[in-house]
Write a protein that binds this ligand. Structure first.
Ligand code: ATP
Length: 246
């Protein structure tokens, strides 16, 4: 589903990524881990389109998106959350999720909007039902009418997650998703990730969460992949242990 092939990124003399290759099969949750400076953020930026690699390719569902704009990636079903949450502070929680749902229209233009044709009303009902569903999934139903700006960071992070999930992304990129979450919110996030059929790539420092939530891990050290595999295997890998301890 996601294929990263031989990706390299240099900053001056620093090789932040050096020939990084891995794949994430459809529907799997893949965690990227590694010591400070290993290249995790740079990799995440390359996959989400914030940074062009010096070499290598990123493809999603067989389509090369290495040089695709953020908009084209979004159209292909990529969604991401940020280390610093991005929500619409002046909208309610429900409004934030509703705004994330594309309005595909129903034909007939403005006149049809004004008249409120049945097809329009049905689409609108479906959109609102999806909002309710996502709010419930993310544990936000009680907060649906609260303004996002007024929420503490953990709840804002869940709103951002709800927005990212709203229109059923194909590939969800989560950047440090547990930061600012309390234990209950982290458990909720864990359950949400498990309940999704979406392919997920996440960067996360909380090892407990990573080991628990991910089907497979990619371990980076000094810009190179030093191990990939299921969490249990990676945990026992002597090279990984040396990179973390050494
Ligand atoms: N904009 C930049 N200019 C110069 N060097 C950079 C830049 N961004 C990252 N680097 C360097 O590239 C390497 C990889 O950095 P990156 O932030 O991707 O690592 P990381 O694994 O996300 O680290 P952390 O866990 O500390 O967030 C580091 O040596 C870093 O100093």
């Amino acid at each position: 589903m996601l294929r990263v092939s031989d990706v390299s990124v240099s900053f001056g003399g620093v090789r932040a990524l050096d020939g990084v290759s891995f794949e994430v099969p459809e529907g799997q949750v893949c965690g990227v881990i590694g010591p400070n400076g290993a290249g995790k953020t740079t990799l995440f930026d390359v996959v989400s389109g914030l940074r062009r690699p010096n070499a290598g390719r990123v493809s999603v569902a067989g389509e090369d998106l290495t040089r695709a704009s953020a908009l084209r990636r979004a159209r292909r079903g990529l969604r991401r959350t940020f280390q610093r949450t991005q929500v619409f502070g002046r909208l309610t929680v429900a409004g934030n999720v509703l705004a994330a749902l594309d309005w595909h229209g129903g034909g007939g233009g403005l006149v049809a909007d004004l008249v409120g044709r049945p097809a329009r009303r049905r689409l609108e009902r479906e959109r609102r039902a999806r909002v309710d569903e996502v709010l419930e999934l993310c544990g936000l139903t009680a907060l649906r009418d609260a303004y996002a700006a007024a929420l503490p960071v953990g709840q804002r992070r869940l709103v951002e997650l709800a927005r990212a999930l709203a229109d059923r992304p194909r590939l969800l990129l989560l950047d440090e998703p547990t930061s600012g979450l309390d234990a209950e919110q982290t458990a909720r996030l864990r359950a949400v990730v498990a309940a999704q059929e979406t392919t997920v790539l996440l960067v996360e420092h909380d090892m407990g969460f990573v080991m628990d939530a991910c089907d497979r891990l990619v371990v980076l050290d000094l810009g190179r992949v030093i191990a990939t595999g299921p969490p249990d295997e990676v945990r026992e890998d002597p090279v990984v242990r040396a990179a973390y301890l050494g």
